[in-house]
Design a protein around this ligand. Structure first.
Ligand SMILES: Nc1ncnc2c1ncn2[C@@H]1O[C@H](COP(=O)(O)OP(=O)(O)OP(=O)(O)O)[C@@H](O)[C@H]1O
Ligand SMILES: NC(=O)c1ccc[n+]([C@@H]2O[C@H](COP(=O)(O)O)[C@@H](O)[C@H]2O)c1
Length: 184
């Protein structure tokens, strides 16, 4: 029995993530989905709560032939202890999956086997691009699983994102420390 760990912010869970999970499903029996930056919500970069992201993932993977465990993981100010923090929150896992350079670096240093994979249609399957489309009322629905469209509707997610994007002070949606091994 092999259990994997796939971490992301999933803001929102989109078809690029879904494609990656389908690929991972061929390699593991069970998969922990780490909901990164679980403590953040209601901002342009992280509009959805951990609970809302758990709903998106659970419903989108309802019919998948895979046991999944969505686990919220809060951010820490200390990268050096982040892998211990992840382990303290997650079911034990044999292999981790990420394309985030900082995540790859931290897991590798901790001796965890980490797999990276090619990006799938990255020009459109990117959270930042999808959130911009949501804000601008441009087509985003075809870039996420249909279950995610239903949940965004149920929580009035578009209205929230449009409101917070006006008021959270962010001039744009540039990724922060999580997307680089060297934030400088
Ligand atoms: N289109 C894609 N194909 C394959 N992997 C992807 C794709 N988009 C994201 N990923 C990977 O999924 C993981 C989680 O990504 P994340 O939740 O940050 O999504 P993102 O699309 O990169 O969002 P954002 O633009 O908000 O940073 C990362 O390892 C990321 O590289
Ligand atoms: N020190 C920390 O808290 C720390 C370090 C590395 C990654 N992370 C988190 O892991 C997640 C990585 O996901 P992405 O690949 O979607 O950016 C993010 O939520 C990021 O904030 C946190």
């Amino acid at each position: 029995m092999t259990r994997g760990f796939y971490i992301g912010r999933f803001q929102p869970y989109h078809d690029g993530h879904h494609h990656m999970v389908e690929r991972i499903a061929g390699e593991v029996d069970e998969l922990v989905l780490g909901i990164g930056s679980a403590d953040d919500s209601h901002t342009r970069h992280n509009p959805f709560t951990a609970g809302e992201r758990i709903m998106m993932i659970t419903k989108a993977l309802e019919d998948a032939d895979l046991v999944i465990y969505p686990v919220p993981i809060e951010d820490l100010d200390r990268n050096a202890v982040w892998v211990s923090h992840v382990r303290s929150m997650s079911p034990a896992f044999d292999v981790a999956y990420s394309n985030n350079p900082l995540v790859v670096q931290l897991f590798s240093e901790a001796g965890v086997e980490i797999h990276q994979s090619p990006m799938f249609e990255r020009e459109k399957l990117e959270g930042t691009e999808i959130r911009e489309r949501m804000i601008d009322d441009e087509g985003w629905e075809e870039l996420v699983p249909s279950a995610v469209v239903d949940i965004v509707d149920e929580i009035n997610g578009i209205e929230r994102l449009q409101r917070v994007s006006d008021t959270d002070g962010a001039a744009d949606d540039r990724p922060h420390r999580s997307n680089t091994a060297d934030p400088e």
